[in-house]
Design a protein around this ligand. Structure first.
Ligand code: GLN
Length: 258
């Protein structure tokens, strides 16, 4: 069943005849929103709206309490903005760890991703403590990785992810934290082991800006289904959308070097 926004009025997804809903929190968008990372929020909202899934949405700024949500998003940013956000995240470390262990979905891009690990060590500056939702750590490298990325993943079908990277941080994964993909164009986590991004439980980090989800609609739906499963306690398969434009864009970007 192929639906688009104009069809949504007569094809509402329900569970036990109740309209579906998910709650989304955007963490610190005034500080971490590099390269249009807000496009990830727009994609999540529209892909729910087109299916008649209600969204409860909250922006979290410095000093705000972080409540329970089904999905948390945090974007990328420069070292200075990361420093301000790192202090806030640390105040919420226990709370967000409990959310993670309760099945909440996290999507973190680049600078936000680095702060979900144990620490980010910038050049010639004090270490930024992370909140260890991921068993990973990041140290600033000598070279800035800038360019298009194509990676292969086993998490979703089709099995490709595309995006744009711009970071000097080199991220290394440990323990049960695994890459979301392996690069065949670009650098990914550290330009050495071909790994890109990381995940543990429902926490997903990636270096892919661009923004990430508009060009990877299959990953957006993967996250929405996980958020629905967290909220309703059962697997809910989303109706297919007419993704011709998104898929065409994705295909054009596959293999596209900088
Ligand atoms: N400041 C971090 C780095 O350079 C993250 C940059 C970003 O979010 N694009 O690695």
């Amino acid at each position: 069943m192929i639906i688009r926004g104009f069809d949504v009025c007569d094809i509402i997804q329900t569970v036990e005849n109740k309209k579906l809903k998910i709650s989304i929190a955007h963490l610190y968008p005034k500080l971490l929103n590099l390269y249009g990372d807000i496009g990830n929020i727009i994609t999540l909202k529209k892909r729910c709206e087109w299916r008649g899934i209600e969204i409860e949405f909250e922006e979290i700024d410095i000093g705000d309490e972080i409540k329970e949500h089904d999905l948390y998003f945090i974007g990328g940013g420069q070292d200075k903005q990361q420093r301000d956000v790192a202090k806030e995240l640390l105040k919420n470390k226990q709370n967000l760890s409990e959310q993670r262990d309760g099945g909440a979905v996290f999507l973190a891009i680049c600078g936000g991703y680095q702060l979900l690990g144990h620490y980010y060590q910038p050049h010639n500056a004090e270490r930024l403590e992370g909140i260890s939702l991921l068993d990973a750590y990041t140290v600033a490298g000598k070279k800035r990785f800038i360019g298009n990325v194509t990676a292969v993943t086993s998490l979703v079908q089709p099995n490709t992810l595309v995006g744009f990277e711009n970071h000097s941080g080199l991220t290394y994964l440990q323990g049960d934290t695994k890459p979301i993909a392996y690069v065949n164009v670009g650098n990914g986590n550290n330009g050495q082991d071909k790994s890109e991004g990381a995940y543990y439980k429902n926490v997903f980090g990636t270096y892919l800006h661009g923004s990430f989800l508009p060009k990877n609609p299959h990953f957006a739906d993967f996250l929405i289904e996980l958020a629905l499963e967290k909220r309703y306690g059962e697997k809910i398969v989303l109706n297919q959308l007419d993704d011709y434009i998104e898929n065409r864009t994705h295909q054009i970007l596959i293999g596209k070097a900088y």
